[in-house]
Design a protein around this ligand. Structure first.
Ligand code: PXL
Length: 289
């Protein structure tokens, strides 16, 4: 091995999500998961909340819209570069345009922009968004290399009514193609199921037309934060050198084992899932090729 090849350059991600102090979602899952993969995770908090907005009562909410571009400017002055830009839950309508600028500042010919269009689940928009937000979020998806919507977000992005499953393969393939037509060449759709026993994801690469599916046994209940866990493992997988289908499979398996562990413990599901107990195994899985 020559000297150059033996140098291991650490990857670096900019993760742009809210930070909810309690409830295990957004930055409180992205940071530990990406770090466990050996990747440096720099954070841009879009808002600070006491908890996530999914059923824990009167959460506090501090919008950080006006801090995002000054953070970007300071980082530019330091000459920082990122292997991936990863956005999730946004704190305000205005943040879409601001993130678009953020992406323009840090995009390079070989980094990846991943947009998780966090805004809805189970057929409903989250409390902090109004009905014009999906139209705005579509603009950010146009700028991405990879988008990671769930089935509800997918319906909002392609401006079609939301349907509960089980879904047909044709419906999923059609939805993936419509999502890619928004501008992002790669799409990973979560919450896909063809029967009531399994739940998983479909990974679509519009460059090749290939669709790969990954499923795990369905566990009853609704588990907040699992979309953020999924996205963080997916991105970590890609940056560790796994392909889109392999990374999506690792993300499905990690979310599934985190949910099973939480269900088996009888924990309050509104508090998020116990992904922490799986981090050491995840790190080993991501590092093996
Ligand atoms: O997991 C998505 C998410 C992220 N951030 C906040 C949320 C939610 C979902 O409810 O409320 C603040």
């Amino acid at each position: 091995m020559n000297k150059q090849a033996s140098v291991n350059i650490q990857k670096r991600v900019a993760a742009i999500h809210d930070i909810s102090g309690f409830g295990r979602c957004s930055l409180t899952v992205a940071l530990p998961i990406i770090s466990a993969a050996g990747i440096e995770c720099c954070v841009v908090p879009t808002a600070v909340l006491s908890t996530h907005t999914g059923g824990l009562g009167n959460f506090t909410y501090r919008d950080l819209t006006d801090d995002i571009l000054p953070i970007a400017s300071h980082w530019q002055s330091l000459g920082l570069g990122f292997d991936a830009l990863y956005s999730g839950f946004l704190g305000s309508f205005r943040q879409v345009e601001i993130l678009s600028d953020f992406f323009d500042r840090f995009r390079t010919s070989d980094n990846i922009i991943m947009v998780d269009p966090v805004m809805a689940d189970n057929g409903m928009l989250y409390k902090t968004f109004n009905s014009s937000f999906p139209h705005e979020m579509r603009k950010l998806c146009q700028k991405a290399d990879l988008i990671v919507p769930n089935m509800t977000e997918a319906a909002l992005l392609v401006d079609e009514p939301y349907h509960t499953g089980p879904y047909s393969k044709d419906y999923v393939a059609d939805t993936l193609k419509k999502l890619a037509a928004l501008g992002s060449k790669l799409v990973v759709l979560t919450g896909v199921y063809f029967d009531d026993n399994e739940l998983g994801a479909a990974a679509y690469d519009s460059n090749t037309g290939r669709i790969d599916y990954s499923f795990a046994p369905r566990v009853p209940g609704f588990y907040p934060g699992t979309g953020d866990i999924f996205g963080s493992v997916l991105l970590a997988g890609l940056l560790c050198g796994h392909d889109l289908a392999q990374s999506a499979e690792k993300a499905v398996n990690f979310v599934s084992s985190s949910i099973s562990r939480t269900h088996a413990a009888g924990s309050n599901t509104r508090f998020g899932v116990n992904f922490e107990a799986g981090l050491a195994t995840l790190a080993a899985t991501l590092k093996s090729s």
